[in-house]
Design a protein around this ligand. Structure first.
Ligand SMILES: Cc1cc2nc3c(=O)[nH]c(=O)nc-3n(C[C@H](O)[C@H](O)[C@H](O)COP(=O)(O)O)c2cc1C
Length: 371
């Protein structure tokens, strides 16, 4: 296992900005897939960690033994469940899953394009939501062993290959499958930049109303549903969106997904990595993740927390923070700002490379002071 972390660390330190851009992206894309599959197939880490009880969170009647867990996209196929538990994560989030299985994007001969920018603590990806589809994912969840204080969530999205009416029906079918499979919470991904969707307010409102009417209001058991939006969401839209979610019966909001503000975020990229960054988004588009999102995430989380505090109702509505959480200080910051829970992806990969099996032990110091 230590050898795999060493390889991950080596991958992070490798000066790929010296390679021609197509080689660097091909190497990163291949390396991510292969190394991740090796790491997640090692079930039990050498150093298991149980988060201290002082870090526990209680949301929607569920106990999260710690507020931090993986963001959607880390475990797309139900892999790494045991590893995540023994590392000390607060929950396990599977997906994003769509109705039909997807292999992800292949462009310019590169499957699931991905680029890590370690000097900028950032990454770019246009994987294109590879996943096994709702039926297979629900069967995977059904078979997972259950651990106390370690809820299982599933991230879902409308299938971009289907017409809207069919995509909504198939999403509904998926939600019912997950409910029957014993999933603890759902995250509705309304913000993936790598699949086509109508981003207009009218279209978003229609989708959210449809799901509320056909699923939320008819839930047979308590199954919280949160909506994940992009870190590019304009601040002016936020109050109306929060009001709509609360009114329709959603249980929280996750802020936020990757950004496509390529030019605006260019100054946050280390000078030595700028040519790779620019080459990637010109060829593939995709979403930016990691430290460059911290500023937008901070702004949106703080505004949302203030709005939620002003509009508190008897019903629980939680704020989940994600985007540029790279270290214990970032985690402490989002929890102090009012987030109930937090997720990470890019920071998680960086921390795994540096801290190996102690990845959640390293982060846990930040959450125990905020019961
Ligand atoms: C390689 C990669 C794949 C991702 N896949 C998904 C996904 O399937 N669904 C989703 O909602 N977000 C996905 N994301 C976005 C992350 O969940 C997260 O919102 C984003 O990366 C910001 O967090 P970070 O700065 O901690 O990485 C992905 C991100 C990366 C880097």
């Amino acid at each position: 296992m230590n050898l795999l972390y060493r390889l991950l660390r080596w991958g992070h330190r490798f000066p790929s900005f010296l390679l021609p851009s197509p080689f660097a992206v091909a190497l990163h894309s291949w390396g991510r897939r292969v190394l991740w599959s090796w790491i997640t197939h090692c079930h039990i880490p050498v150093l298991p960690f149980t988060p201290p009880p002082s870090g526990e969170r209680h949301c929607w009647g569920l106990r999260f033994r710690s507020p931090l867990f993986n963001a959607a996209g880390v475990f797309k196929y139900g892999e790494g469940y045991e590893l995540s538990y023994w590392h000390g994560s607060g929950a396990y989030l599977l997906g994003t899953i769509t109705a039909l299985p997807r292999r992800g994007i292949k462009r310019w001969g590169i499957r699931q394009p991905f680029l890590s920018l370690p000097r900028s603590c950032a990454a770019l990806n246009t994987l294109g939501l590879p996943n096994p589809g709702h039926h297979a994912a629900a069967r995977i969840v059904e078979r997972l062993p259950r651990y106390p204080g370690f809820p299982i969530g599933v991230s879902v999205a409308l299938d971009p290959e289907l017409k809207l009416s069919e995509a909504l029906q198939r999403l509904l079918e998926g939600l019912r499958l997950y409910s029957a499979a014993g999933v603890d919470f759902i995250e509705l991904n309304e913000s993936c930049p790598n699949i086509p969707h109508d981003p207009s307010w009218r279209a978003l409102e229609f989708r959210l109303r449809w799901i509320a009417e056909h699923f939320l209001s008819r839930r047979e058991r308590s199954l919280p549903v949160v909506v994940k939006i992009s870190t590019d969401t304009p601040v002016e839209v936020l109050p109306a969106l929060l009001e709509l979610l609360l009114q329709l019966g959603y249980d929280g909001i996750t802020i936020g997904n990757t950004s496509t503000a390529y030019e605006a975020l260019l100054p946050t990229i280390a000078p030595s990595e700028r040519h790779l960054y620019t080459w990637f988004w010109h060829r593939f588009g995709g979403g930016i993740s990691g430290a460059p999102l911290a500023h937008r995430r901070r702004q949106l989380i703080s505004l949302s927390a203030q709005w939620i505090a002003r509009h508190a109702t008897a019903r629980e509505f939680h704020l989940l923070a994600v985007g540029g959480i790279m270290n214990p200080t970032d985690l402490r910051e989002v929890l102090s700002a009012g987030a109930s829970l937090a997720q990470w992806y890019t920071g998680y990969l960086h921390a795994l490379a540096t801290h190996g099996d102690a990845v959640y032990r390293w982060m846990s110091s930040s959450c125990c002071a905020h019961p």
